[in-house]
Each structure stands twice: as C-alpha cells, then as structure tokens.
Design a protein around this ligand. Structure first.
Ligand SMILES: NC(=O)c1ccc[n+]([C@@H]2O[C@H](COP(=O)([O-])OP(=O)(O)OC[C@H]3O[C@@H](n4cnc5c(N)ncnc54)[C@H](OP(=O)(O)O)[C@@H]3O)[C@@H](O)[C@H]2O)c1
Length: 273
C-alpha cells in the first residue's frame, strides 16, 4: 500500500498536505486547525499567499505543532541573499513559529544567480531557521543546476501536476536526485471533479473523481497539496489510503494528459521578464 510519508534525503514529508493559496484570516485558521485535527500533517503556505499569520494560528490552535511539517516559500522577487534572509525571518515572525520545516524557492528568478540564492537558503538551514530546503517550479535543467551548486541537500520540487499535464520528465529528474515531487493544483483547480473517466473509476469503489485523481498521484509516490475552503472536503481529500488503482486504470488516467493542460500561467514568473 502507498506509504503516508515520503522520505527524501532523510527528510520525512507526509504525502498529503493542505494547500492554502487564497485562504485568508479566520477561515484559513479554522481550515488549518480542522485539517490537522483529522490527520493532515503537512501544511503548504507561501510569503506570496499573504496568509502565514493565519496559517500559524491554525497550527498553534491544533496543539500539534511538533507533528506538522510546515512548508513556506520565498517570493521570487526576494531571492538575492540579503532579501531572502530578511524575508525568512519575517515569515517566522508571521507564522509565530521557532522554525520552518521546509523552505522552498517559490519560482526561479534568472536575475539572481541560483548559487547565491541556494547559498542563502543553506545558511538559513545551518543557522536553524529551517529544517530543510527545496525548490518549486524548477524545470529539469534547473534541477540539474540546483543539485550541482546547492551546499545543502534539496528535498523536493513542488510543481503543477495532475492527470491533464504530463510531468514524467520532471518526476524522473526528481527521482534521479533523490528529491520528492510535490503536486500543486493536484485536482486541476477543481476540473477533476467533473471528469467522466475519474468519476467512472471512482463510482465503482464509492469514491469521488477528486479522490481518484489524488490517489493516482500518491500511488506514483507524488505528494499532493489539495486546497479546499470547505471543511467537509478536507476529509474527502484525505481519505485516499483505503483503495488501490489497477495498473490499467493508472495508464488510462495518464492518457488524460494533453497539450495545453497546464493551468498555472508561467508568464508572470520573473524568469521570463
Ligand atoms: N508552488 C507554486 O507555485 C504553487 C502554485 C499553485 C498552487 N500551489 C499550492 O498548491 C495548492 C493547491 O493548488 P490549487 O489551489 O491551485 O488547486 P487545487 O487544489 O487543485 O484545486 C482547488 C480547487 O478545487 C476545489 N476542490 C477541492 N477539493 C475538492 C473536491 N474534493 N471536490 C471538488 N472540488 C474540490 C476547491 O474548491 P472549494 O474551495 O470549493 O472546495 C478549489 O476551487 C495551493 O493551495 C497552494 O498551496 C503552489
């Protein structure tokens, strides 16, 4: 059966996390607290989401801080070492936590040499501000470079991943470097909900299309961070450990990938400026 935790370079990352983009204020705090109550042990936030304070409150309210992997991400405009260091201290102040568990570069920024940014990320780890470091939205070529120049091990690459987008090459690169791959927008921003194939596969097992979609990812050893603003869906998105997809079903779902299946617009990344 699929393990509930991925181990990458000695770091243990729970395979199902809660995405928090767009969640704000009390609603965000309540959802984070409730998610931890029902078993989530991985919470995904970012400086860009403007919700680190609310996320931190939810984590503290759960009373389970020590069990939870808290992930936050440095804005792509703050990747110069001095900016990065200042912003990480600000993240900790917002979260009101002593340490971040996993700190990611949110998006690459070609205006700042990657080695400098990774040097600063490593310093944050060595000085105890974060337990581990990783990246997000890195291509295969960037993963090669990052693993070559990073002074500290990189434990994950968080990228868009769902059945409509073929990410096999990035997954292979993550495996090659011993990194976990984390799928963001894992239910394709809700698109999976109405999918005929996912719905049919789920109906035979009393599962929803969204659950089949998430199961397809974790069964490949890919971590997922689905987001919901609805408490009842927190449970739905977590109850994906009690069924298995056949090899034929896995292949059929992979066949949903199509050109133009990407949802998140890369054009705003400073990389392309
Ligand atoms: N690193 C990056 O650059 C990056 C980029 C994008 C996202 N992320 C992270 O990944 C997380 C997830 O991605 P996402 O927010 O883009 O999209 P997502 O999780 O794929 O989809 C969220 C949408 O799906 C709906 N939904 C959730 N559970 C459902 C279910 N069981 N059945 C039907 N609909 C459901 C939600 O609506 P309701 O609220 O109505 O449930 C919401 O509209 C983000 O929150 C963020 O933490 C990272």
């Amino acid at each position: 059966m699929t393990k509930p935790v991925i181990e990458a370079k000695g770091f243990k990352l729970p395979i199902v996390g809660l995405g928090t983009w767009t969640l704000r204020g009390r609603e965000c705090t309540r959802l984070v607290e409730q998610a931890i109550r029902i078993g989530y042990r991985h919470i995904d936030t970012a400086q860009m989401y403007d919700n680190e304070r609310a996320v931190g409150e939810g984590i503290r309210a759960s009373g389970k801080r020590s069990e939870v992997v808290v992930v936050t991400k440095v804005q792509p405009t703050l990747l110069a070492p001095h900016d990065l260091e200042r912003s990480v201290k600000e993240s900790l102040a917002q979260l009101r936590l002593d340490v971040i568990d996993l700190l990611l570069i949110h998006w690459p920024n070609q205006r700042v040499p990657l080695a400098e940014t990774l040097g600063a990320m490593a310093k944050m780890k060595q000085q105890g501000y974060t337990r581990a470091i990783g990246v997000s939205n890195f291509t295969v070529a960037l993963l090669e470079e990052a693993n070559r120049v990073s002074p500290e091990p990189l434990v994950c690459n968080q990228v868009e991943c769902h059945p409509y987008l073929d990410q096999d090459k990035v997954l292979a690169a993550c495996k090659k470097h011993g990194m976990a791959m984390v799928a963001y927008s894992p239910i394709a921003r809700g698109q999976a909900r109405g999918d005929e194939l996912l719905g049919r596969i789920g109906a035979a097992r009393g599962k929803t299309a969204a659950q089949v979609c998430l199961r397809w990812l974790i069964q490949q050893g890919i971590a997922v961070v689905p987001r919901t603003s609805k408490v009842q869906r927190l449970g739905e998105n977590f109850e994906i450990f009690d069924f298995q997809l056949s090899d034929a079903e896995m292949t059929e779902i992979a066949g949903l990938a199509r050109p133009g299946g990407r949802i998140v617009d890369w054009s705003y990344s400073p990389q392309w400026d």
